[in-house]
Design a protein. Structure first.
Length: 78
């Protein structure tokens, strides 16, 4: 998280909605937003392995991340 130029955004839709269930249009909207903010690193909770977002160098796709730990670390730094 320290390497991100202007910060990090965690993208998660919780436990009920899975990112890969999102419509193609919905994913395109997210990709467009990620592209417009190359100085920000996005950690995207995305449950399956496919080609979604592979062309976006500022996006880290992961099936799981320790959300509480990441947020706690951020709060301690600020």
């Amino acid at each position: 998280m320290e390497k991100s130029e202007d910060g990090v955004v965690l993208v998660s839709f919780g436990t009920v909605f899975k990112g890969h269930y999102m419509s193609t249009d919905g994913r395109k909207i997210l990709h467009d937003a990620f592209r417009q903010l190359p100085q920000i690193t996005f950690i995207w909770k995305y449950e399956i392995e496919d080609n979604t977002g592979l062309d976006l160098p500022n996006v880290i796709k992961t099936k799981w991340f320790p959300q509480n730990d990441l947020l706690s670390e951020f709060l301690q730094q600020n």
